[in-house]
Design a protein around this ligand. Structure first.
Ligand SMILES: Nc1ncnc2c1ncn2[C@@H]1O[C@H](COP(=O)(O)OP(=O)(O)OP(=O)(O)O)[C@@H](O)[C@H]1O
Ligand SMILES: [Mg+2]
Length: 256
């Protein structure tokens, strides 16, 4: 395994102008962490603590105010083109294109990568099938349920076979049974394909199931607690991690 981390933050801060025009608001405060190849890090933290802001920096959607963010050695904000096809993103809301069918939404990323058109369609179809959406290929997003739309967006993220997966509460809009099925499917997919990723969630059990490591943020985004989980982590150790997470979350200040 290369020693070079896939994702690294060094003293990253992000400030936003206050809406009342009086100075700035700090959403991320000198945040540092490294994520190694093949590692999935689950991120927990109270609402408004800066998880999505961190996520958007990794995804190259916003630029840090200070510090250095690197993804495979590149600046995700300025080297946006370099990451085409390398990063799959699942947002909390599905963000599908309403004028494209399920299949057309999934195939889009492959078309952007100039994949062979027939192969692209086959790949997109097989991902939809894997997520239980055979027969819905030609449905438009408005005709699909929220859970189905979310599954289309997961298919879209996986279809390009990206090395890096970024997921911001991907299952939070789903009922618990559907979320449970998708969660175990997700774990299988990332393990089989040796993905590196960040998985934001509000559910402690979900974080423990999905993460090789769990980070809990307090506000503004900084690591308040961190734990590593492996196949040999036993139930008692897991319970201890769960207790620690709950303690840190309960002590963490709420947003205003
Ligand atoms: N573009 C922006 N302009 C101004 N303030 C912002 C902007 N984006 C985020 N913020 C503020 O930064 C803080 C962190 O927001 P962020 O969305 O990162 O939180 P979060 O941890 O993802 O919360 P949640 O769990 O509710 O999704 C919030 O107080 C939010 O209002
Ligand atoms: Mg968020």
């Amino acid at each position: 395994m290369s020693a070079e981390p896939v994702i690294s933050f060094k003293q990253v801060s992000k400030t936003f102008p206050r809406t009342d025009g009086k100075g700035t608001f700090t959403a991320v405060d000198k945040l540092s962490f490294e994520i190694a190849k093949g590692e999935i890090v689950a991120v927990l933290g109270k609402t408004g603590c800066g998880k999505s802001t961190m996520f958007n920096i990794v995804a190259g959607l916003i630029e840090p105010s200070e510090g250095t963010a690197r993804v495979v050695g590149h600046n995700p904000f300025s080297d946006f083109d370099f990451f085409r096809g390398k990063i799959g993103i699942v947002f909390q809301n599905d963000r599908l294109m309403p004028w494209r069918t399920a299949l057309e939404n999934v195939v889009l990323g492959l078309q952007i990568l100039n994949a062979d058109p027939k192969q692209a369609l086959d790949t997109a179809r097989s991902w939809l099938a894997r997520l239980g959406l055979s027969g819905h290929e030609n449905d438009y997003p408005h005709a699909l349920s929220g859970g189905m739309r979310q599954r289309v967006s997961i298919a879209r993220a996986f279809a390009v076979n990206p090395d890096i997966l970024l997921c911001d509460e991907p299952f939070s809009a789903l009922d618990e049974m559907t979320a449970r099925d998708l969660r175990s499917e997700f774990v299988k997919l990332v393990r089989q394909n040796d993905k590196t990723g960040i998985f934001i969630t509000h559910q402690i059990n979900e974080a423990l199931e999905i993460g090789d490591r769990v980070m809990v943020f307090h506000r503004p985004a900084q690591i308040a607690y961190e734990a590593r989980l492996t196949a040999s982590t036993n139930d008692a150790e897991r319970d201890n991690v769960r207790d620690q997470i709950m303690k840190v979350l309960s002590e963490s200040p709420s947003s205003d």
